[in-house]
Ligand binder design. Structure first.
Ligand code: SF4
Length: 452
């Protein structure tokens, strides 16, 4: 399948190159927000839930519309609207240290529950919390519970403390799905549970997951046809939000895969905010979520240096599929349980280190770069240990920068650019040192990490 490469105007008004899959993705997400805006008129009911551990197929099996508060926050950040919402929440007493997704969401709620597109969001008929490792999610829904007159249900997902999923963990989650989550979904929607319908949705999920993994793994090529962090966040958009299990998602990932395969065939690099990258100079693995308020500026800092992110942990936050997991229609509730248990936020630090080390090796990366997010404890805890451990195991240099999700006060462009430039120079020096060593010259290598 060949796809068109189109020109469109980006948020900052600049002319940018977009693949047809990217335009399709934007249309899907815009259509979902339109549907949410109409929900109170059409009578469709909304369930608020979070990306890690989301039970999208289950909600769709009851004709319920998923609303993801952290996606609303990040979309507001990308549209330059989060600063005002965060300050509204701080005026209400929410501390500076609180996750800025939460404060942005609270600000949106207090502004009339307006979504990132400026259209109204429906009030929830249910707050569905799949608890997959981030304590903030629990506190967040405690705040929303005060605001909405609707039931709350919590699926407690045991932490993978020993780095594995046991039968008792799986059974514990399945039992809660059967006795707590499904009954309340039936009650809220008025639709009876239909396992065959769920199986059909899960079969679609598995197809989309196959294609997503194929796309992300194409970054093993040299040059990489994609940027698996900045470009990657567009690729994960549909599957990590309201579309997993839908025909739309299956079609989107088929189209995306064909586009990326074509780029590999032509030996092309990724499309960046500056157009197509002509020369790949650095391949890095990135750990941590991106900054959303200066997303394009942040990406451009990498593109200007010829740096491509070949793998990232953030693109696994809504599902770690490249370890082989797929939703399985033959084991519907068991595979939903395994999905929740296997979320990145539910993995212990040794598992995260192993995963990043594997990426460094399989994607032939030059280094590991950590973007430490001020307000995200779930990702930030242990990141320096992760960095040192991956450096030790791979012998490749690590870099450390700091920013925030949607609070523009914590994106210091000059500082980050400086550190990135130093980091890429360090990689260069390491390479030169190695080349000289291979030539038999005694060269003192530069090592260590760049951090603030
Ligand atoms: S602390 Fe991190 S993982 Fe938790 S809600 Fe905030 S951004 Fe998400």
């Amino acid at each position: 399948m060949r796809s068109k490469n189109l020109k469109a105007y980006g948020q900052e008004g600049t002319l940018v190159q977009k693949d047809s899959s990217q335009l399709r993705q934007k249309q899907m997400i815009a259509a979902h927000y339109d549907r949410l805006a109409e929900a109170e008129k059409t009578g469709e009911k909304a369930v608020y839930t979070f990306v890690p551990g989301n039970l999208t197929e289950l909600m769709l099996a009851f004709d319920l519309l998923p609303v993801l508060p952290e996606i609303n926050a990040l979309q507001s950040g990308m549209r330059g609207k989060s600063r005002g919402y965060i300050s509204a929440a701080e005026k209400l007493g929410h501390s500076e240290d609180v996750c800025t997704y939460v404060k942005c969401d609270v600000g949106m709620l207090k502004s009339g529950n307006v979504g990132p597109t400026g259209k109204h969001l429906p009030d929830p008929s249910l707050l569905l919390l799949s608890y997959t490792g981030c304590f903030t999610f629990m506190k967040w829904f405690e705040i929303l519970k005060e605001e909405y007159d609707c039931p709350v249900v919590m699926l407690h997902v045991p932490y993978q403390a020993d780095g594995k999923i046991t039968d008792s963990m799986r059974n514990y989650v399945v039992d809660q799905l059967k006795t707590k989550v499904i009954p309340i979904l039936e009650e809220v929607s008025g639709v009876p549970y239909d396992e065959d319908r769920l199986k059909g949705l899960l079969a679609n999920s598995a197809k989309a997951e196959d294609d997503l993994v194929a796309v992300l793994e194409m970054a093993k090529n040299k040059p990489s046809p994609i940027d698996a962090y900045f470009g990657g966040v567009y690729y994960i958009g549909p599957i990590f939000t309201a579309f997993r299990g839908t025909e739309d998602a299956v079609e989107y990932y088929k189209l995306l895969r064909a586009e990326v395969e074509e780029r590999v065939r032509l030996g092309k690099g990724p499309i960046t905010p500056e157009g197509e990258m002509k020369e790949e100079k650095f391949r890095v693995v990135v750990e941590g979520p991106p900054n959303w308020t200066s997303f394009r500026k942040f990406w451009k800092m990498f593109a200007d240096e010829g740096a491509v992110v070949v793998a990232s942990s953030y693109t696994k936050v809504g599902g770690v599929y490249d370890n082989g997991f797929r939703h399985d229609p033959e084991r519907p509730l068991e595979s939903l349980a395994e999905y929740c248990l296997g979320c990145y936020t539910n993995l212990n630090l040794p598992s995260r280190v192993d995963m990043l080390e594997r990426y460094m090796d399989e994607y032939q990366a030059d280094g590991l770069l950590i973007n430490s997010i001020k307000s995200c404890n779930s990702f930030s805890a242990g990141q320096l240990m992760i960095l040192r451990e991956v450096e030790k195991r791979t012998g490749k240099p690590g870099g450390f920068i700091e920013s925030d999700l949607v609070d523009p006060r914590y994106f210091s462009a000059a500082n980050i650019k400086n550190r990135l430039e130093s980091y890429f120079q360090m990689i260069e020096q390491k390479r030169e040192g190695k080349a000289k060593a291979l030539e038999g010259t005694n060269t003192e290598e530069t090592s260590g990490e760049v951090q603030g």
